[in-house]
Design a protein around this ligand. Structure first.
Ligand code: ADP
Length: 328
């Protein structure tokens, strides 16, 4: 329902916009032609008033011609300024409206995704709890059900953290608490937690020990978790992912590598936009909100770092975070 209504509204807005713009341009052209004609008429009228036998004919004619040229130059100047201002204003309105429409569509996608993301873990947890209450299961089965319920609750918790943090960061209501932190330990702990959550997945590491940066520990952990979570989510389950940490001359680089589908060049910047997800909500197989990379970039930039994507060969992507190391 929403989409076709939105398309109709968009079509109406586009028609009104072009109509107004063309009307304005036509009015401007009309105004210019009218003034030009008036000027020419005045010139002809004044010319008729002087007679060639008049001793000051040449002088008067020069005055009349100068006046006509001056008026013309004034109309051209004013017309051009007005035309330029109109075009600048129109392109500004056009771009702002398009941005707004894109943002609305993304927000709508986000609401659909969030509702889905929230409902699934709740439904799973509810079902599991009901099963536990109704049936006297053997301890092994009980443990299995409890651990899937916990996994779902963790997912729910991560999602709520992402949503809350995103709105706090947007409204400027969040301040980071930076201290010297051991990025090697942080990356190691994050990988360890994922290995427990996804025992069937292979997570390789090449983490240089004792790499320190100035950072808000919780935020940094969230950024790393988002990247690892994406690598696990978007790469095939039988392919390993790899977390690397390297300290070079004047930089620290953390890379999360996967062998998934990779990210096309034209999407490499867009994926960091809020609510942005590649593809269409209806055809996508993976669940998500489009907040993870947005938050990760925000966190990295608040730590004066950079985040970018390099292709992995032969397939997949490398998400790279680059920081300055902490002073010794
Ligand atoms: P979410 O995963 O919730 O959709 P993100 O902001 O984390 O949101 O990611 C934005 C989009 O970038 C994803 O929807 C996905 O299309 C793409 N993406 C992120 N990480 C990867 C990856 N490792 N491999 C391929 N595509 C990815």
């Amino acid at each position: 329902m929403g989409q076709s209504l939105q398309k109709k509204r968009l079509a109406l807005i586009t028609v009104v916009y072009w109509f107004l713009l063309l009307y304005l341009l036509a009015a401007l052209s009309w105004w210019f032609i009218e003034l030009w004609q008036q000027n020419e008429e005045m010139y002809a009228f004044k010319k008729d008033l002087v007679h060639p036998s008049d001793p000051s004919f040449a002088l008067v004619m020069k005055k009349i011609t100068d006046e006509r040229n001056r008026n013309m130059a004034q109309y051209i100047g004013e017309g051009t300024t007005f035309l330029l201002l109109t075009l600048i204003g129109a392109s500004f309105v056009y771009r702002a409206t398009r941005r707004q429409i894109r943002m609305n569509a993304q927000q709508q996608n986000f609401m659909m995704a969030v509702t889905h993301e929230l409902k699934t873990p709740i439904a799973v947890a509810k079902l599991n709890l009901e099963t536990l209450r109704k049936h006297a299961l053997d301890p092994e089965k009980q443990q299995k059900i409890i651990s899937t319920t916990l996994q779902e609750t963790n997912r729910l918790n991560d999602l709520c953290d992402n949503i809350l943090l995103s709105s706090q960061l947007e409204s400027g209501g969040f301040s980071m608490l930076k201290e010297k932190c051991n990025l090697s330990s942080l990356a190691g702990e994050s990988v360890q937690a994922f290995r427990l959550r996804f025992p069937q997945r292979i997570i390789e590491t090449a983490v240089e020990p004792e790499v320190f940066i100035e950072a808000d520990m919780l935020m940094m952990k969230l950024a790393i978790n988002n990247l690892v979570e994406n690598a696990l989510k978007y790469a095939p389950p039988d392919k390993p992912i790899r977390v690397m940490l390297e300290k070079g001359a004047g930089f620290v680089e953390l890379t999360v590598q996967d062998q998934g589908p990779g990210i096309a060049d034209e999407e490499k910047l867009k994926v960091f936009d809020r609510f942005y997800r590649i593809g269409h909500e209806k055809t996508r197989l993976t669940k998500g909100t489009g907040l993870g990379l947005y938050l990760t970039r925000k966190i990295v930039e608040d730590h004066r770092g950079k985040i970018f994507i390099r292709d992995n060969h032969p397939t997949g992507s490398n998400f790279v975070i680059r920081f300055e190391p902490a002073a010794a």
